[in-house]
Design a protein around this ligand. Structure first.
Ligand SMILES: Cc1cc2nc3c(=O)[nH]c(=O)nc-3n(C[C@H](O)[C@H](O)[C@H](O)COP(=O)(O)OP(=O)(O)OC[C@H]3O[C@@H](n4cnc5c(N)ncnc54)[C@H](O)[C@@H]3O)c2cc1C
Length: 540
């Protein structure tokens, strides 16, 4: 090994979940070390636009309540949320926002954004699936950038060490299989060991599985692969939320695509097809603000019916568009569109992973010393479809709780302090990225079938080559390859349509068989298997 470092808690990821955990761990007196494979602000967090859904008891819509937020979350999750986890996470939301503001985050005030009239109170907007105006935001449509800025400043201000350009390659386990740290590589691909009895995976999403996504380049599902290989279970991977309104570009759209936040519809924009007819008329009682899976499916259907690759979002009626939505306005102008006077062409793209590493609301997984929080985790908050703007909140709440859980587990002597010696970079199956992304977009997008997914799985099998993970690119490609196979396995298993998982060969929802989350694990020879009956979800 060319280098090594150690801590009580190793946090992998510098988005909302990782940095919140790091701050809380420091408060609890832990030695904490944070790593990001890229720059500190490279994850999904900085790109978040719309806001954070939260019911704060002192400032809320008349008639709104925590109970209603829970209700909306369960409705969006179509029977697969874990109701107790939903209640616990959302109930901690107001306090988490209080801590974030105390750490320096500034949210828009009502007087400035004009969403309601109470001067000094925080502005609140409404997004798809929400019964009330409860989404707080910053910089108009730049909420994630403000959250990221404030957390980075607090972590740096607190002197918490952050290793940028350090990629975690593999989790290391010691006595009895408990976590002992991680193998990582620095910016020059030199391997090193990070010793820690507790590792928190806060590695974000998996959008890069698809050819067109709202996610940045770092969202390559590394946490899912690391957890699977360490013996943890994953669930609900088949539920990939496609954002209905991503700026459409003619030709084959590739890589990260600019998002047109749902809050634009929250403030009155409507979806029109290429003939000028309303897309959401008669589709759902919430119309243009129906849950995302419903809107994405309607857009895909209407685009196919009209022979177009996109529909339009007409935001011309929103006064002060450029000031309220500066990020969206800038992306449109860059594409030669003026959203103040012409409709914006939009299509769906991979956006959010509702599933991930099975963990409880304190981030604990089935592996001693391994914790997960944020988009990589599957706590049961999102079920089959995430309610808009619940994810930053989950990162804040579960990130904080996971750090407290580590402090408790260490205090009770539940974690292992075994040391690890020399470790060689492992070798795993890798599929060339472009082929993998095209295959997943073609067969594992919004309309899926057994034939298509079997074909996709076979393409991945035929084209995989075992490579030692000596570069960040190899680590990411191996993560994408294993996660793609796991997602396909989960999606093939689920013979129904529910939430973000839409099958053309099983269009109905089958509560009798499938109101449950199937858990997948890796066996000793590296094959994915369905670990038992899974987590049965009960009614609220
Ligand atoms: C365009 C866009 C708009 C969104 N809008 C909203 C919104 O309005 N409201 C909302 O609630 N949510 C929104 N989301 C979702 C939300 O932003 C994410 O779910 C959330 O920010 C994820 O935070 P995280 O901390 O889990 O991960 P991220 O912020 O993605 O951070 C992941 C971190 O892990 C690091 N990492 C990954 N793999 C490794 C490895 N192998 N080794 C070392 N480091 C690694 C990365 O470098 C990065 O630091 C949006 C997402 C996008 C993309």
């Amino acid at each position: 090994m060319t280098w090594e470092a150690g801590a009580d808690l190793l946090v992998v990821g510098t988005g909302v979940a990782g940095l919140t955990a790091a701050l809380r761990a420091r408060e609890a007196g832990l030695r904490v070390l944070v790593v990001s494979k890229d720059s500190v602000s490279a994850g999904n967090t900085g790109w978040a636009q719309g806001g954070i859904a939260v019911v704060r008891p002192d400032e809320l819509d008349p008639g709104d309540s925590l109970h209603k937020h829970v209700e909306d979350t369960l409705t969006a999750g179509v029977g697969l949320c874990a109701p107790e986890a939903v209640r616990e996470i959302l109930a901690d939301g107001a306090e988490a926002i209080g801590r974030l503001r105390a750490a320096g985050a500034e949210f828009d005030r009502a007087a400035r954004a004009g969403s309601d009239a109470v001067g000094g109170a925080l502005a609140r907007t409404r997004e798809g699936g929400h019964q009330a105006f409860r989404v707080i935001h910053a910089g108009g449509d730049a909420t994630g950038a403000e959250v990221q800025r404030a957390l980075v400043a607090a972590v740096r201000g607190g002197g918490i060490p952050v290793l940028e350009e350090h990629c975690v390659v593999e989790l290391l386990r010691g006595e009895g299989g408990a976590i002992a740290g991680a193998l990582a590589m620095d910016s020059r691909s030199r391997p090193g060991v990070l010793h820690a009895p507790a590792v928190l995976l806060a590695t974000g999403g998996l959008g890069q599985l698809y050819a067109a996504t709202t996610n940045p380049e770092v969202s390559t599902a590394d946490g899912v692969a690391l957890a699977l290989r360490a013996g943890a279970g994953v669930a609900d991977l088949e539920f990939v939320q496609f954002h209905p309104t991503v700026l459409y570009a003619a030709g084959e759209a590739r890589g990260r695509r600019p998002l047109v936040t749902e809050a634009v519809r929250g403030e009155g924009a409507v979806l029109l097809d290429v003939r000028g007819d309303r897309v959401m008329d008669g589709v759902h009682p919430l119309g243009d603000l129906a849950p995302r899976d419903v809107v994405s499916a309607a857009i895909t259907r209407r685009a196919a019916e009209t022979g177009a690759e996109h529909v339009f979002l007409d935001a011309t009626g929103i006064p002060g568009f450029a000031e309220r939505f500066p990020t969206v306005h800038a992306s449109c102008r860059e594409a030669g569109i003026d959203p103040r006077s012409e409709p914006i062409p939009v299509a769906s793209a991979a956006h959010y992973s509702c599933g991930g590493v099975v963990s409880d609301v304190d981030g604990r997984t089935a592996v001693t010393g391994l914790y997960a929080a944020g988009e990589v985790a599957c706590t049961g908050l999102h079920g089959a479809n995430r309610l808009a703007s619940n994810s930053l909140l989950e990162g804040l709440v579960v990130g904080g709780r996971a750090a407290s859980a580590v402090a408790k587990d260490l205090g009770r002597g539940l974690l292992s302090r075994s040391s690890v010696g020399e470790v060689e970079p492992p070798a795993f199956a890798v599929v060339e990225r472009d082929l993998l992304q095209r295959t997943m977009s073609r067969h594992a997008g919004i309309g899926r079938s057994e034939d298509g997914m079997a074909e996709a799985s076979a393409v991945l099998d035929r084209n995989s080559v075992v490579r030692p993970l000596r570069t960040r690119q190899a680590v990411e490609d191996a993560s994408l390859t294993l996660t793609a196979q796991a997602l396909l396995a989960a999606a093939r298993l689920r013979e129904e349509s529910r939430g973000c998982h839409r099958r053309t060969d099983f269009p109905e929802t089958d509560d009798l068989r499938w109101r449950r989350s199937a858990v997948l694990r890796l066996d000793a020879s590296g094959w994915l298997f369905h670990a038992g009956t899974g987590i049965a979800r009960t009614a609220a």
